[in-house]
Design a protein around this ligand. Structure first.
Ligand code: AMP
Length: 287
């Protein structure tokens, strides 16, 4: 197991990355909000396999949380995160304070990166209107700090991945975005830091998301071409679960996030569902 460098300042990251660059080494970035699990570990594994050095960021980004969301209660365990990152061969973790990332204080900034078309207004953007502006802003900052060759994101957050790809294209970041498959628990639930909020009954109830995803996949595999029919069937499955409340179940173009009703080009079937007070997401993309 190699050494894991813990960097708390932008300068420490810049100095270390430029030293690696002088040696001619390539650098991969894995942005996270910490409380790491095997989903995050799979991104690190992928990064280690494709880059000479890997930097993970561990930062609960205030600008992507709306009022009344779980910014304060978001789970944190930096010691555990470091152990996981070390075990998976990550070379450096960037663990900044809020003030280090947002020098104006209190997680405030007057400069944002925002995609102005409908892409961030779809799906999660309907109930989280400032979310993707915060994500694009913090990921831009991380790109400018680390200057990676490649950055790794999970398909679990499919809209985020599509938006980051669009941002990289629109702002000419010379960074390759690598999407990684969803890692699930043995019973199907997509791994998420927020799963820790679930009590036993909710944990059982949460399986309705992956059940709907798998049933949707099967229906498409069996030849269904009407996306609304697939969405309807997925909704039926979730609505049978008394502890579940649907935020959305939708079918959109996998690249543009525009609504689709017919399966021709790759379609993203995505959902957000409240299980009790916990909002969980899951999805699949057709071929
Ligand atoms: P988060 O810490 O939740 O912001 O996630 C950081 C990165 O890990 C994002 O790119 C997520 O899409 C990815 N990720 C989170 N959960 C999973 C999972 N179950 N499988 C694959 N990637 C994941």
């Amino acid at each position: 197991m190699g050494e894991l460098i813990i960097a708390k300042t932008v300068k420490e990251v810049r100095d270390q990355v430029s030293a690696w660059r002088k040696e001619g080494l390539t650098v991969g970035l894995v942005p996270t909000m910490g409380y790491l699990h095997e989903g995050h570990a799979s991104l690190v594994d992928k990064a280690v396999s494709m880059c000479d050095r890997v930097v993970a960021s561990d930062f609960v980004n205030p600008t992507q949380f709306g009022p009344g969301e779980d910014l304060e209660s978001y789970p944190r365990d930096f010691e555990h995160d470091c152990a996981l990152l070390k075990e998976h061969g990550c070379n450096m973790v960037f663990y900044p304070s809020v003030d280090e990332m947002y020098p104006d204080g209190n997680g405030k900034t007057d400069t944002y990166v925002e995609i102005l078309d409908d892409m961030p207004k779809q799906l999660c953007g309907k109930t989280r209107p400032i979310h993707f502006r915060g994500v694009c802003t913090v990921v831009s900052k991380l790109f400018n700090i680390v200057l990676p060759d490649k950055a790794f994101f999970g398909q679990k957050d499919a809209q985020q991945l599509a938006i980051i790809k669009r941002m990289v294209r629109d702002l000419s970041y010379g960074i390759e975005i690598v999407g990684c498959p969803i890692v699930r628990e043995a019973d199907g639930l997509a791994k998420s830091s927020r799963n820790t909020y679930l009590n036993d009954a909710e944990r059982q109830a949460a399986l309705c998301l992956s059940r709907a995803v798998f049933a949707g996949m099967d229906m498409v595999k069996a030849g269904e071409k009407n996306a609304d029919t697939v969405v309807g069937m997925m909704k039926d499955i979730i609505e049978k679960e008394p502890l579940a409340k649907i935020d959305y179940v939708s079918s959109v173009d996998a690249v543009t996030m525009a609504d689709v009703h017919e399966i021709k080009a790759p379609v993203l079937f995505a959902m957000a569902v409240y299980i009790g007070k916990t909002r969980l997401i899951d999805n699949f993309i057709t071929e």
